[in-house]
Each structure stands twice: as C-alpha cells, then as structure tokens.
Design a protein around this ligand. Sequence first.
Ligand code: ADP
Ligand code: ZN
Ligand code: MG
Length: 525
Amino acid sequence: MKTMEQVLKDWEAVIGLEVHCELTKLETKMFCGCKLEFGAEPNTHTCPVCLGLPGALPVPNRAAIENIVLAGLATNCEIEKHTMFYRKGYMYPDMAKNFQTTQGPKAFCMRGHLDLSMDGRGADERLFWKDLDQGEVSENMTRTADGYVAHVGITRIHMEEDAGKMVHIGGEEGRIAGATHSLVDYNRAGTPLIELVTEPDLRTPEEARQFMQKLRSIFLALGISDCSMEEGSLRADGNISLRRRGTTKFGTKTELKNINSFKSLHDGLAYEICRQAEVLEEGGVIYQETRHWDPAKKRTIVMRVKETADDYRMFPDPDLAPYDLTDEFIESVRAKLPELPDQKAARFATDFGLSAYDSQHLVDNPDIATFFEECMACAKGDAAKLAKPLANLAINDIAAYLNANPETALADCALTPVRALELVRLLAEEAISSKQGKEVFQAVLEEDADPASIVEARGMKQVSDTGAIEAVVDSVLAEFPDKVEQYRGGKKGLIGFFVGQCMKQMRGQGNPKLINEMLSSKLDA
Ligand code: ADP
Ligand code: ZN
Ligand code: MG
C-alpha cells in the first residue's frame, strides 16, 4: 500500500464525525427517576419506564436538556425551540422497549461550527496550505502564521438514550460466539446521551483528532461529562471517503465505528485513506459499510453493510409531547456558560504575553491549563518572566508524559506546581541546561523529589562562569586548527562541532548560550 502522504497528493480525503457523549454528571436517567451510577450491582437502577413495561410513561429530564443546550451554545449552534422526540426501531435484548427514543429531523441544536487551529506537524497532513499567504482563504481553510484554521460545520446535536449492557458467559473474551448463555444489566438503559454530527468538512486524520480533542475540552469545561474515551463515555464514529483532487463530487464513504482513543481515530482514518486509494486505483469500488479498526493488527475489517435510514422506521413518540423551549430557559442556560477553551487561550495570551501557538496548546488539555494557572498563581511577581518557559514545559514535556501514561492524572503526579516552578526557575536562571532540565523533569516524576535537591545530588549545576568557559573554548580551538581555518573560510556550520567539543570537555554542564557567544566572538574576530 502507498503511504498516506503519497495518496493525498492525488486524492482528497473527506471526513465527517459522529460523536456520542454520555451525560455522566447527571443524577438520573433520561426519561425516568432511576439513579445513574457506574459500576452498581446489576439491575439495581431500573423501573417500569427504563424496562419498557406496558403502560409506563416517560418524562424528559430537564437537567439533561440543560446540558445539551449548553453543548449547543458552546459550539455555536442555533437552539431549536420546537422539537419532538422520535422512536427509532431497535431490536436487541439490551433495550427492553424495542425502540430507542431519539430526536427527529429537528434536534435541540442545529447548524453550529468549531474552528480548529492547526499548526506544526499536525498541519502538515493537509497539503498546499503553505502556498497560501497569511490571511488567505481556500475552501474552509484560512492561512495563519504557524499553519491554518479549519472551519468545521456541525450539522446538529441531538438527544438520545443509551442501551443496557449484555454479558456473555462461556465464550472467549466475553464474546457471544461460543457463549452458553447471556445476562443483561439494565442499569445503563436510558442513560442520557448526546450525539453530535459534523458536516463532511474535515480533510485529514489530524483534523479529526483535533476536532475530538477540542470537543472534549469544551465538554469538560461545561462539566456535562467525564468524557473518558477508555471507559466509553465519549466515542466517535469516523466517516470517510476519497475524491480525486480537483473534483467536487463526494465518493462512497465507509464508517469506522466506536473508536475509543484519539490515536485510534487518527490511525484508523489514515489506514482507510490508504486502503480506499488502493481499491479505487485498481479499478475497484468502495462499498458503503461499517468497519472496525483493530489497533493491534493495524487494519480495518468489515463489520456490516450499511442499513438505510428507512430500516429504522422512525416516527414521533406518541408518549412524549412536542418539546418547546422558552427564551427564558435558553437565556438561563446561556448565563451558566463557563469560560471556554478558546476564551481561556485568549486570556492566557493577554495576561501572560504568550503567543497564540503556546496559549492554544495549553488549553488542548484542560488539566494542563489548570496546572498552568496554578503555577502562575504561585509565581506571583515572576509570573510574566516564567510564563514562557513554563508553557514550554507544559506543552512539550508534561503533555508528552501524559500521552505516554494515559492512566495517570496530572493532579496525582509527583510534579506539583511548586516543583514545576522551581524547575522552570532553574532553567530561566540558566543554572541548568535545557538537556539537564529534561533529566530533572524525569527524576522529579520517578523519585518524587524537589528539582533543586536533584540538581544538588547529581552535581548538575550548569557552568556559566565565563573564565572557565573561555579556557575550554581556547583549548578546543587550539586542538582543531584545520577546522578553525575551514570555519573562517566560510564553513559556518562547523560552529555546532565546536560547541559539541566544548560540551564534551565540560561533561555536558557548560552553558550552551555562553559557549556559543564565546566561540563566535573568537572565531569571527
Ligand atoms: P448516513 O445516512 O450514512 O448516516 P449522514 O448523511 O447522516 O450519513 O452522515 C453521517 C456522517 O457522515 C456525517 O458526519 C457526515 O458529515 C459524514 N458524511 C456524509 N457523506 C460523506 C462522504 N461522502 N464522505 C465522508 N463523510 C461523509
Ligand atoms: Zn428507570
Ligand atoms: Mg445519519
């Protein structure tokens, strides 16, 4: 198979997401008063409504509707005042009613959008943006200083309910194949869910990942869900098709179901791009089907051929009256909107003089944003001076550490705000080099110790004494006279070689900035 980079030269990917989010912060279910509790004894939170017993009447959960309106307002949706609940045919033992209650053509939230700031390696999957001038627009993309902004339409956000859970006994890995019997737990049946559907506006797997990440940080800020992709309270289906560059008609799409991590979303879509291109280039056709991404085998396999909307036999639920939202209600929800990630980023930029790049990346992960603010509060008078090095530590080292250890919560790490500040101070004062900084960062996490005492114990102090540095610089220049000649003859790249030699003599503890300056002043003299 060709690489995605090769494929994307000739083909354009068209991607749309369907995101499910469980409203885990609510007390009770969508249409009854049963308690929402993860991990309770099976079938202890059920009643005639969520068991679908004859004659039981559903009543919508007002708090759930507040949650979905919050989600809609935070994603620039129009709130639809007059909507209805529908029944969608569903035949499986985990939903005793035999239908799922959902929303019809009009959902509570319609026609929204999110803007994604793409930069660095994340931007590079979308070819050709570098051909644009800053501020220039092409399709849904606007060129910025470090990359581009992608404008992604949100078709709708609707309300629905989750099904219960089946447990298969006797089969391999809990699968139904080979099982002797199955049990069903209705505790989850009727859990309020919102589903957000995007327009097919995404063009790269990286944009899809960023969209999910941004949505997650918005939902976390709203406090409507714990948004755990591992535990399934946030799940995405990725729809994807290809079209030849320069053409406008959409190709046939496939759908990747129940993706449970940001990485899988990216890698699954990237694989589909390569697979579909191979099929199409060999003259084959893409079937509209649902596929499953297997992260271990790194491929997608067919789950089922797509059913059409008609198969669901949707019709208005006669047990639920049409739902009218008042202006007062919508405004009361709007008043509850917290500071959203984009607003937080703007505030970081103004308050701490950070670049758009730094402040955007700080809010990618809400835990990191909170941590950064705690550090800044501790820094008091030094906040302005330490903001930039602290942002570097947060965006690079801390983010990489959390990505590598998804089970770990930043709040439980040995790196407290006080320790982070201490480390950043050592760096800002050039007491240690940036390379040593990385070592201290790891050591703080592993040894649960303060940066200053680690530096002390390992004898890591960076040498900034100009006399000591000058002696080393002189000895290196004396050792390599031929290289000095080449440098003076125009081979300026050799500066790196000289710095390396000095560092070697100083066992990595020399201040690289001072060494550089000293070398330049002697070589260019
Ligand atoms: P379906 O009827 O198969 O559910 P929808 O029109 O409801 O399809 O769209 C479902 C999702 O698929 C949306 O996120 C939409 O943006 C996306 N989508 C629709 N058509 C395409 C296409 N040709 N290629 C990629 N994504 C698509
Ligand atoms: Zn119930
Ligand atoms: Mg659909």
